[in-house]
Design a protein around this ligand. Sequence first.
Ligand SMILES: Nc1ncnc2c1ncn2[C@@H]1O[C@H](COP(=O)(O)OP(=O)(O)OP(=O)(O)O)[C@@H](O)[C@H]1O
Length: 585
Amino acid sequence: MASRNQNRPPRSPATRKELGDENPLDKRRRLGAAGRGVGPTATGQTRRALSAVNNGQGATAAANSEVVNAEECHEFTKEEVEAILNERPKAKKFDLKAKYEHAVEHNKRLKLCVKWFQQCDENHVLDKEKLTNSLESAEKKCIDSELEKKNKEEELNAVISELRDNNASLEEKLSKEVSEKLDAINRHRSEIEARATAEKSVATLTEEVQKAQQDIAAANERATSLDNTHKRLQEYILSLQQYNSKLITDLETVRESLKRVEKEKLTIVENLSTLRGHCSSLQEQLTLSRASQDDAVNQKEALVNEVRCLRGELQQVRDDRESQVSKVQALSAEIEKFKESAGRSFEELDNLTMRSKSLEETCSSQREQIRILELQLAAANEKLKMADLSASETRVGYLEQKRIIQDLQDRLADMEHKLLEGENLRKRLHNTILELKGNIRVFCRVRPLLPDDGAAEGVVVSYPTSMESLGRGIDLIQNGQKYPFTFDKVFNPEASQQDVFVEISQLVQSALDGYKVCIFAYGQTGSGKTYTMMGRPEAPEQKGLIPRSLEQIFQISQSLQAQGWKYKMQAILFYVILISTCYVG
Ligand SMILES: Nc1ncnc2c1ncn2[C@@H]1O[C@H](COP(=O)(O)OP(=O)(O)OP(=O)(O)O)[C@@H](O)[C@H]1O
């Protein structure tokens, strides 16, 4: 059977109050312990839902007795009461039996409802009695507590008067203590200052401590980083070893680029020499133009002197002419006088006319001379102008040439600088490669079998073909056991003198770059040391390392001399120590 309370929607307390049918259970809760034991729950009965009230129909007769017990304990809500009151028979109009049954059922429920109301009323009466009892006891308690309160008030007044006395004495004490406190404050201030200085010193000390701690931490970090770098270096060494083998392959490409660089260098050197030739020709031109300029200057000076002389002569001639003209004027005045005096003597007149004619002739010749001199002066001036023009032209040309020479000298210096830089870069790269390859390198050369060696008894030497030791490893086989060896390079019997020299030539280049280099051969008697170092001079392709190195040294030193390098070679003493197994050069 489903619980009714579960199906019924919850009712708010406000609705109950509106209805005036406050739930007795709520009421009991309000009253607390006083309300307990009153009402149907006090008997321990459980309150169950009244299914007959809700359903109205379909309740079986067998269950009715049980339902009635439960119905006696049921609590009615306002809606339920209204539902019961408003309930109308649902049977058909003339179904009297059904109507009757419904009326019986309805009547039963109404009775239950009335019963429940009566019970509630009884409960309310009981509650009221309880409440009046408790009110009386509470009033008694209140009177007792008021009496107690009065007693306590009297006690408290006595205590207050005592406290006031105490307060006055305490105020006196307080004033004393205030003065003491001021002293204490002053002392405290001085202590604070002292403390501040102490704190400062503590702060500096803590800073120092922190610094020291930081230093320690940094040292620890450095130690760990050093450990790490040590590990990394070990790893790096391993990687370098791998890288070294890779470099050997890269070396070929680098060598090619080196050759290209050297070719470029040669072209630069050629350009440099042509530029130098051009520069020298320009300098010659410059000296020639300087000489021509000097000539022009000398010519100009001579012409200036000549013009000065001619000007002097012209001035003199002009003076002469003026004196002659003044004389002619005087003579003509005399003639006039003579004519006026009416011909004193005709002879004198003739003489005078003769003299006058000759004077006029000299005058005209002098005029001619003056004209010629003026023409000469104009020509000399023209020449002077021309000389000035040519001098200024030569000066301009000279300046132009000087500028070109300066340009060329700058370019030359630039080229030389670039060449020097390129050479230094090449040196550094070359020697870095050599350092990467290893400062100490050991090569192994296996000579071919000679007729004197006799027939070979099986294979005693083999060359591993693995990538790791290709061209670097050699296996010696003795009594069926293999002994592997690894070198920087292994030359097999087919390797030519040139092949060996290719490896050595880089060291010779290093020696020319100013690094100290030592090459020596070591091996058993008859193993081919002399052949490798000296070779057979009669056959050019079988020349050894020493003649090839010397050739390289002279060749490169000559080519580098053009770049301004100076090599000083001294044959101090070339030791060739052949101590049966060792060859030191
Ligand atoms: N790579 C080679 N190719 C051809 N012949 C060789 C080669 N190496 C050495 N020989 C020959 O082997 C012989 C011995 O060589 P070599 O005299 O150079 O040996 P060595 O080590 O200088 O001996 P020792 O220590 O006694 O002077 C010579 O006849 C030489 O021509």
